[in-house]
Design a protein around this ligand. Structure first.
Ligand code: B1M
Length: 217
């Protein structure tokens, strides 16, 4: 029964029908399907399939844009429910997060930001295409103990290292933990650039953030 809802959500996302994606998302919620199941088993697989179709040449940029809009609108519909399930954790802290300069992919970053907020973190989401200096200024201004850097392009992964270097130059590296993520990012890359943490997905990002927040104390 819940798998029917999830299949419809995935299919509408792949078909590029945002109104249907939102309608199926709302119907699934009303039927008692957990928001995280909707994300993990409905929306994310749909976006993955869209990416595969783009890679194989079956889909073009407009397809990506429409599907991304469907995912974004569905996430907005889910956000109040995610917040209701919010767990205030003793280890929650202040996080600055954004997608690095040159990169406008926002869905994964926003998903991670939403999940962190839902777990009691005070999240400052700087958006996408964020200049390195803005990360530095935001860490300084908010007193954040964790900064999250998302990169979806192989060409923008190196900007994660630039932000780490800039934090070092600003004398802030000692007081802030850095978590990196995004489809092309790996644990090996995180180690190579001196990041403190890496997560493959939003659930892992919450676990990593909680661990790093504990370490920052
Ligand atoms: Co783009 N794009 N895109 N795109 N796009 C990819 C990333 C690509 C893999 C598609 C492909 O070729 N198969 C490819 C990158 C290739 C590469 O570099 N190796 C690509 C390309 C090439 C491009 C353009 C260059 C295309 C062009 O113009 N010719 C262009 C670049 C623009 C730019 O940024 N400068 C571009 C543009 C776009 C759109 C604007 C059309 C759109 C984004 C719309 C938006 O975000 N508002 C888009 C989309 C939708 C995609 C795909 C299809 C889907 C991305 C997505 O939202 N996934 C993507 C294909 C793919 O990834 N398979 C693709 C769903 C999301 C939930 O997953 O973002 O991976 P993801 O986030 C995950 C994890 O990665 C992780 O947790 C998230 C949740 O599980 N995570 C973190 C992410 N950030 C994290 C941070 C953390 C921890 C975990 O800690 C801080």
């Amino acid at each position: 029964m819940s798998s029917d809802f999830l299949t419809r959500i995935t299919e509408s996302l792949v078909d590029g029908d945002p109104a249907a994606t939102v309608a199926h998302t709302r119907a699934a919620l009303a039927a008692g399907v957990e928001p995280m199941a909707i994300i993990d088993q409905g929306l994310v697989p749909g976006m993955r399939m869209v990416g595969e179709k783009f890679s194989s040449g079956e889909y073009f940029l407009p397809n990506l844009i429409v599907s991304a809009s469907g995912m974004k609108q569905a996430m907005q519909a889910l956000e109040p429910e995610l917040r209701k399930r919010q767990q205030k954790l003793a280890s929650a802290g202040t996080v600055v997060i954004g997608t690095v300069k040159g990169d406008i992919h926002e869905i994964g970053k926003t998903l991670v930001a939403t999940m962190l907020a839902a777990h009691g973190f005070d999240v400052h989401d700087l958006g996408v295409d964020v200049p390195t200096e803005r990360f530095v200024a935001a860490v300084r201004d908010t007193g954040a103990t964790l900064v999250g850097l998302s990169a979806l392009l192989t060409t923008t992964m190196s900007v994660q290292k630039k932000v780490i270097d800039a934090l070092e130059e600003a004398g802030l590296r000692g007081r802030v933990q850095v978590m990196v993520g995004g489809a092309p990012v790996s644990r090996a890359w995180a180690d190579e650039i001196g990041a403190d943490g890496y997560a493959e997905d939003a659930v892992g990002a919450v676990e990593t953030a909680i661990r790093l927040a504990g370490a920052a104390r």
